[in-house]
Every structure is written in C-alpha cells, then in structure tokens.
Design a protein around this ligand. Structure first.
Ligand SMILES: [Zn+2]
Length: 298
C-alpha cells in the first residue's frame, strides 16, 4: 500500500522535466516556423531577415515591405484595367493605343504621311476663298490674317441641335475647341514645331492662317467625361464617336479629315474634327464619301 503510494508520488515528480522539455522543444520548433511563415515560407528570405535583424535590430523592414509593394502594384493595375471597360462602353481598341496617344497634341501616323500641300511663297489674301457659298481654309487656301469672326452662330446652333439628339441616344457631346484666332493658331503651331519638328507638326496642325478653326465653323467634338478620347484617334472607336460619324451630316457637319484621304486633305485622320457646311452639302459629301476638296474641286 505504502509502496504504491510512494511510487505514484515519485512518478508525478519525474514528469516535470519531461513537460519542461516538451515546452522548450515546442518553442524551439514553433518560433522558427512562425519566423519562416512571416517571410512567405521562404527560407532564404527568413535567413536574410534574421541576419538583418542581427545587424540593425529591426526585423520588419525590407522583406515584408517589398511583398506589400508588389501587392499594391498589381492591385492598382487590375483596378485600372478593370475600371475602364465597366465605366465606359468603348468598343475594343488596341489596348495600348490610348496610352500611346497624347491627349493634347495628336501624333502623325508614321505609315501614311499627309501630303505637304503648302505653296512655297504663299501670301495671305485680303479676302477669304469662298466656293459654292462655303468658306475654304486648307493648305492651298489660307485665310486673311485679320479674318476674325469668332464662332459661327449658325454652326453653334446646329451643333446644339446635334448634341440634343445625341443626348437622347445616351451621348453627351461637347465641342472642346471651336474658333481660334490667327494669333492663337500661331502660338499653338509654333509649340508643335518646337516639340515635334515642322514636318511632323504640318501633318496634324495647321500653320497660322491655314486653320479651319479660324473660320469659326470647325468644331472639335468629344464626349463629356471622356476627356481621354478628346483629340485622339480613339474617339472614332467609341460609340459616341461612331454616332457623330453617322449623324453629323444631318446637322450640316462633315468629318473633315477622314481616314484614307490624307493625300487629299493634307492632314492625318482626325476623328474629332467636324466642319459645318450646311445640311445639303454635308449630306452630299457623306453620301458620296467625298472630302471638301473633292466636293468643291479645289
Ligand atoms: Zn480641329
């Protein structure tokens, strides 16, 4: 009886070292496992972090931060790519096209340079060239320097009518650039020449006196809240841009510089640049796929 009681007590006493060993052993295993786990289960990183900790006394910097940055980067990218198509119903364009296209000054297409139609020693006329009642401004026919009528009221009224019709179809059109004076064009053109050189600038910007914007009849059209497509080729690919291309003539506007007519107009394709000429001429040109140069035989 006594011996069994003694044995029990002695057993209880002998268990303590085992428990202590197990606890210490567990700590020795769990701590490295947690440490490696904190470093994405990467043994090299864990060892590197351990070395760093020994040097600086701060285990947290470098490694956890770098993985965090990576997460943020991919997160931002996904957000941008994901947000765009859900926000605007844009028909698929070449994905890198919009980012390549600068928003303010359009770049000339490399493969199809527009014809340089400027006459070598052209002088500015005293009166504008008017044919079939249509004021002309192109690379052959400049405007007088002091031709400064401002935005044309009839053209503006026609644009407002078109914008109202577009709104019924779900597009809010804006004319982000209309009348430009000789002086304003001079400033713009000189900036483009400085930036891209004269040869390149001549393909997408008019020299002062040669811009259709000086007539007050040219309207650069875009969609409200979609500034990324303003003055960009991508506007033509958007539903709003397609709507304008199909309906502008009903309100007297023509797409002034169409694709494939670079040699005729002297300018690269501009999906946003419309010119008011009146409903009948506009409808004629639209139906026969003619430019103003072809229609007026300039
Ligand atoms: Zn324009």
């Amino acid at each position: 009886m006594q011996s069994s009681k003694y044995r029990f007590n002695s057993n209880k006493k002998k268990k303590w070292p085992i428990v202590v060993t197990v606890i210490i052993g567990s700590i020795l295993i769990i701590v490295p496992v947690i440490w490696i786990g904190l470093h994405n289960w990467n043994l090299d990183k864990s060892v590197a972090a351990l070395n760093l900790e020994q040097q600086t006394g701060d285990p947290s910097p470098i490694i956890p931060e770098s993985t965090d940055k990576l997460d943020k980067q991919t997160g931002d990218e996904n957000q941008e790519v994901g947000a765009d198509p859900s926000e605007k119903p844009v028909t698929p364009v070449a994905p890198d096209k919009p980012s390549e296209e600068p928003k303010e000054s359009p770049k000339p297409p490399v493969e199809k340079p527009a014809n340089n139609m400027y006459e070598p020693n052209q002088t500015y006329p005293k009166t504008p060239t008017i044919k079939n009642g249509i004021v002309v401004a192109n690379k052959k026919y400049p405007l007088p320097i002091d031709y400064n009528k401002g935005e044309d009221l009839i053209a503006r009224a026609a644009f407002n009518q078109m914008a109202a019709a577009a709104k019924l179809d779900g597009f809010e059109l804006v004319a982000f650039s209309t009348f430009r004076s000789f002086e304003r064009q001079e400033t713009l053109y000189n900036q483009y020449v400085e930036k891209d050189g004269q040869q390149a600038a001549d393909q997408y910007s008019a020299r002062p006196g040669y811009s259709e914007h000086q007539t007050g009849l040219a309207f650069d059209i875009g969609e409200k809240n979609f500034e990324q497509h303003w003055a960009a080729a991508s506007f033509g690919e958007t539903p709003a841009g397609e709507w304008v291309a199909q309906n502008a003539h009903l309100y007297g506007f023509i797409l002034r510089y169409p694709l494939g007519k670079e040699q005729v107009t002297g300018y690269m394709h501009e999906s946003w640049h419309y010119r008011y000429v009146g409903v009948e001429p506009a409808t004629d040109m639209f139906t026969h796929k003619q430019t103003l140069e072809e229609y007026l035989d300039l």
